[in-house]
Design a protein. Structure first.
Length: 260
């Protein structure tokens, strides 16, 4: 069995102060994908940001205190890719891929479009280019697990107040249609929904009001998989006993062997 965790940390140093790495040592997942590290690697000392037993990789944004991804792996990958050849994926550290025997795991941070029209246009441009990348991955002779804060809820079941958010970024028809294409045209699958079809399962909560306490959330963090892994999905969970970020860690367990 291979367990994979994904988390938007909203600042890896802040998540560390809130106990994320203690939780990680208790859970001992095989692979950890982190988005929005908001740090330069030289700002992170050995402990706790290089947890014992893991090979650790960071892809920083050029801009300090912004974006960034990380990936921790118990097995040393045979190759790590941190460039797609275009911005803002590269200059904002939004993509990190670890290659193993027959399997690749990606930590991805899709831009948010909620702050302004310009931010939404940036998000759409990223989605267009990343769709082409997702299509190119399907031509490779390996399976993929893409762990990401997608910043999109796909279905009405994926957020509590869906009626009130139909004109807000994260649940716009154009964003949801893009995910439709990723699934229907490219064949990718939302691994979580293969084993957890029920409602009220979210990974992000606003810091406003009582959203966390009342579970008024959004499911923005998915582990999207290639179809060859569909029958390898064993279990899914969202950890909400502690709060390390405005997102929660989401774990998938696959019936696989992880080999370099």
């Amino acid at each position: 069995m291979v367990s994979i965790v994904t988390l938007n940390a909203n600042g890896i140093r802040a998540a560390a102060r809130k106990g994320f790495f203690e939780w990680l040592q208790r859970e001992q997942p095989d692979i950890v994908c982190i988005q929005e590290t908001k740090a330069q690697e030289h700002q992170l000392d050995e402990s706790p940001f290089y947890p014992a037993g893991y090979h650790c990789y960071y892809n920083d944004a050029r801009r300090k205190g912004y974006s960034g991804t990380a990936l921790y792996s118990r097995v040393r990958p045979r190759r790590v890719i941190d460039r797609l050849g275009w911005d803002p994926a590269d200059d904002e550290g939004r993509y990190l891929q670890a290659d193993y025997e027959g399997l690749s795991v990606v930590s991805l941070y899709l831009p948010s479009g909620s702050s302004s029209e310009a931010a939404l246009e940036k998000k759409y441009a990223f989605m267009d280019r990343f769709y082409d990348h997702l299509r190119s991955l399907r031509r490779k002779r390996r399976e993929f697990v893409i762990c990401a804060d997608w910043n999109i809820c796909h279905k009405e079941i994926d957020l509590r107040n869906w009626k009130a958010n139909q004109k807000n970024s994260g649940f716009l028809p154009e964003e949801r249609a893009w995910l439709d294409r990723v699934y229907a045209e490219l064949g990718y699958l939302d691994s979580f929904r293969l084993v957890e079809p029920g409602p009220d399962q979210y990974t992000w909560w606003s810091n406003r009001g009582q959203a966390w306490a009342k579970n008024v959330g959004w499911r923005l963090d998915y582990q999207v998989i290639t179809p060859g892994l569909a029958d390898r999905v064993s279990a899914a969970s969202i950890y909400k006993e502690e709060r390390f970020s405005d997102h929660a860690p989401q774990t998938m367990v696959f019936d696989l062997e992880l080999n370099a």
